[in-house]
Design a protein around this ligand. Structure first.
Ligand SMILES: [Mg+2]
Length: 196
């Protein structure tokens, strides 16, 4: 079995993807529903200026991250994978979110080797530094950028990341499917193996 370096996004990937919605609805006095979230950029979903969303995030970002709900299977699957593979969280969250991010991971008993808070969506350099074998993401734009640079991606299916995918991005529905693909991949010599 090969040891793989797994890079894992946080928001929408280990947390549930629509956590921000109730607070944003209250703040902006809107009634956007989960089914309406068809874009990744939240200000585009809400039809507001990016600066207005940034104001909201400055006020509530830490609370949103603290209260984020975990996706089904995350704790079990990452705990199991951590016994054989490297677990590296790579998030676009800013450095000032380090404490709240680490606290949240601890609270949910999610093991890790490293966490990178990049403050940008460009994760390619960090993936390279971490010798990433598989990246787990929910953003289609990030996934495509990683894929173009040679990193295979497992993309958690969400209402905002629909669309055709290149061969090195596999759409997955849950963390148990991720576990299966990673276990299969680590047993084979090829870089990436779809279990679907
Ligand atoms: Mg994300």
């Amino acid at each position: 079995m090969r040891k793989l370096n797994l890079c894992i996004d946080i928001d929408g990937t280990v947390t549930q993807p629509h956590d921000w919605l109730p607070r944003a609805n209250r703040f902006f006095k809107m009634q956007v529903e989960e089914k309406d979230v068809k874009k990744y950029e939240i200000h585009e979903v809400l039809g507001i200026k990016k600066s207005a969303y940034e104001e909201f995030y400055n006020l509530f970002g830490k609370l949103l991250h603290r209260d984020a709900k975990i996706r089904t299977g995350v704790k079990e699957v990452i705990s199991k994978l951590s016994l054989s593979h490297g677990i590296h969280f790579v998030t676009a969250r800013e450095e000032k979110m380090r404490d709240v991010s680490i606290e949240w991971l601890k609270k949910h008993q999610i093991p890790m080797d490293t966490i990178s808070l990049l403050g940008t969506c460009d994760k390619v350099d960090r993936a390279r530094k971490l010798s990433c074998d598989i990246f787990i993401e929910d953003s289609l734009v990030n996934a495509e950028m990683l894929c173009r640079n040679g990193f295979p991606v497992l993309l958690l299916d969400c209402s905002y990341n629909k669309g055709a995918l290149p061969v090195n991005i596999i759409r997955v529905n849950n963390w148990f499917q991720i576990e299966k693909i990673i276990e299969d991949t680590s047993l084979k010599s090829e870089q990436f193996q779809s279990a679907i």
